[in-house]
Design a protein around this ligand. Structure first.
Ligand SMILES: [Zn+2]
Length: 342
């Protein structure tokens, strides 16, 4: 089969489309014929060697994909060849104290697609059958591939970690990104007042079409002052943060008393200073969030199947054009996911 691999860390030029051996499923495993695989910013960090994940070379990128079950290993009973599936990104151990209490995203010894299996930038992959999630008929492979990281992360951050409730206000940082635009849709669906920010009017207009109630251009406007105006000088109940750098402190300053800031990333500055005094006097919280559960993904796929949320696909590329696809992502001009179609 064809797979996109790199043998050394670096820029776009380290990516090679290579012919590799077809994988075969062992006991409890499924061979999936990949129909679509979405790009994530994590892929750039992994390729550059800055992801802080353990990477074995040569490496095949790609953590989220959709496809058909092609072949099953011994002992798999719940699935059949031809089933349309979206494999869960994690491979939780199932036995640790977190897995046993339904908190598999905290698993002590998790595997991850591409780090402990083959990757999504390929024609086939073998995963554990217990990690497969069914794709509703009305959701395309491209949409399913574009859904998992964005909506799974957003669900886990907003509802599970951030405890967002109907009627609350939320500020979503960088609504033009995949997880930002997914959060706008889910927070709107959950009955929140949704404020979003982005670096351009065009991105804010797109987000308004997804249910954002008010937009702030963080390149030209004072984010905190605008949030206060929009909330009668109260501040928002929840800030959805995944950017880092300056927006982290602005997020903290935009919170109401006893407000929560939930965070899952920091591409614009991974180490930040923050002012401790107003933080504790107003009894605010900072909450970390990492991935999501299999059940949360299944729920989002169901919502997409019923047309209540829409995974956004900006553009699709054949596997051979992987460099162009990654270059497009690195320019950060897209709205929605970039998807490889083998
Ligand atoms: Zn575990």
């Amino acid at each position: 089969m064809k797979a996109v691999r790199f043998h050394e860390f670096g820029g776009l030029d380290v990516l090679r489309v290579e012919e590799v051996d077809d994988p075969t499923p062992g006991p409890g495993e499924a061979l999936v014929r990949i129909r679509a695989s979405a790009l994530n910013h994590l892929d750039v960090d992994v390729r550059d060697g800055t992801s802080r994940f353990p990477v074995t070379l040569p490496h095949t990128l790609g953590v989220e994909l959709a496809g058909d079950v092609e072949e099953l290993g011994d002992g798999v009973e719940d699935w059949s060849p031809g089933d349309r599936v979206n494999p869960y990104i994690m491979d939780p151990c199932g036995g640790c104290r977190y897995c046993r209490t339904g908190r598999e995203s905290l698993c002590l010894t998790p595997g991850f697609i591409s780090f402990t299996t083959g990757g999504g930038y390929a024609e086939q992959v073998v995963v554990k059958a217990r990690n497969l999630i069914r794709i509703p008929d009305s959701v395309s492979y491209e949409q399913a591939a574009a859904l998992q990281v964005a909506f799974g992360t957003a669900w886990h951050m907003l509802f599970t970690r951030g405890n967002l409730r109907t009627g609350e206000s939320v500020m979503i940082n960088s609504v033009g990104s995949g997880i930002g635009s997914a959060a706008v849709q889910l927070a709107h669906l959950g009955g929140a007042f949704v404020i979003g920010n982005a670096s351009s009017r065009e991105k804010l207009d797109r987000a308004a079409g997804l249910g954002m109630d008010a937009g702030i251009n963080h390149a030209t406007e004072d984010v905190v002052a605008r949030v206060m105006e929009l909330t009668d000088e109260r501040g928002v109940d929840l800030v959805y943060e995944h950017v880092g750098g300056e927006l982290f402190q602005k997020g903290l300053d935009s919170l109401t008393k006893d407000g929560r800031l939930v965070i899952c990333g920091g591409h614009s500055g991974e180490v930040v200073e923050f002012d401790i005094i107003p933080f504790f006097r107003a009894q605010k919280s900072v909450i970390g969030s990492f991935v999501y559960t299999r059940e949360e993904v299944a729920k989002c796929l169901e919502l997409a199947g019923r047309g209540l949320i829409t995974p956004l696909v900006h553009q699709t590329f054949p596997l051979d054009d992987v460099r162009e696809a990654m270059a497009t992502m690195q320019r950060r001009e897209h709205f929605g996911k970039l998807v490889l179609v083998p």
